[in-house]
Design a protein. Structure first.
Length: 279
């Protein structure tokens, strides 16, 4: 019996030693890998793809990543957010590690599709008296992306084909999202919806202005000859398809370009065309 107990103790001791040995080996492996990653996987090459508005140097500088940084110890999410914050035209960025020493920034960039006028705080172009209207004159205009991101102020060299009126941009700052007063949130939603659908339906180049002054509908200037009234709410994709079809039909019927107003706000009809005087 004593011999059996002794053998059991020896087995338990060996089992404990075996587990301890495995843990020590695992710790040594982790330490070796950590040391190897720190010493050997250092950034030597920085590359950028997908960029057109910003240079490779600008994007790398915004990232903060430098030659000699450790390939595995950098926070990719934090670096991406830093680039997005500093470079407004960057829509998204992916950071790829290429062993043993390469970092590649894959970027996509926004296009400036519209420009929004900015008014003095508390003023809009809807002010009542002539004096108030003069006070409400736009201080500047800002370029925005399809998603409503503020890109930069309009300048002689940077403009957009679509002019947006009827909303008040609050405290514009490059890289931030377009913000408006609470009572204009519905208009802002309508704006981003229609911009998205114009892009998806390849109609962006046909629209020169979007007027959001009215509370129940928006007014689009289409093809330089049609004032299209669309509801602020509802299926914007459907409204644009119906508008496109109605304009094509009216052009075909007239044998040329129709000039007038196309109203899609009447529930009883898909679209009602009213020709301009003299057309």
């Amino acid at each position: 019996m004593a011999s059996v107990r002794h053998n059991r103790k020896r087995k338990r001791r060996r089992s404990r030693l075996g587990i301890l040995f495995k843990l020590l080996c695992l710790a040594a492996l982790v330490a070796a890998l950590t040391f190897g990653a720190t010493v050997f996987f250092q950034v030597e090459t920085l590359a950028v793809t997908g960029n057109s508005r910003y240079t490779q140097e600008e994007i790398i500088a915004a990232s903060g990543v430098q030659v000699g940084d450790n390939l595995f110890r950098m926070n990719k999410k934090q670096i991406s957010q830093q680039i997005l914050r500093q470079l407004p035209y960057v829509e998204s960025v992916s950071i790829l590690r290429g062993l043993p020493s390469t970092i590649t920034f894959q970027v996509t960039e926004w296009d400036a599709v519209a420009q929004v006028e900015v008014y003095a705080q508390g003023q809009t172009q809807e002010s009542g008296s002539e004096e108030e209207t003069q006070q409400a004159a736009a201080q500047e205009a800002w370029l925005i992306s399809v998603g409503g991101k503020l890109l930069e102020p309009v300048s002689a060299s940077h403009t957009a084909s679509i002019s947006v009126t009827g909303i008040t941009a609050l405290a514009p700052q490059a890289g931030s999202m377009l913000a408006v007063p609470q009572d204009q949130q519905g208009k802002l939603t309508a704006l981003t919806n229609v911009l998205q659908q114009l892009q998806e339906q390849n109609m962006m180049g046909r629209v020169s202005s979007i007027d959001l002054t009215h509370t129940s509908y928006m007014l689009l200037r289409l093809d330089g000859s049609i004032d299209a009234k669309l509801p602020l709410t509802g299926d914007t994709a459907y409204y644009l398809r119906a508008l496109n079809a109605a304009v094509e039909e009216e052009n075909r019927r007239r044998g040329g370009q129709a000039v007038g107003t196309m109203d899609l706000t009447q529930k009883e009809y898909t679209a009602i065309f009213t020709p301009a005087e003299g057309s």
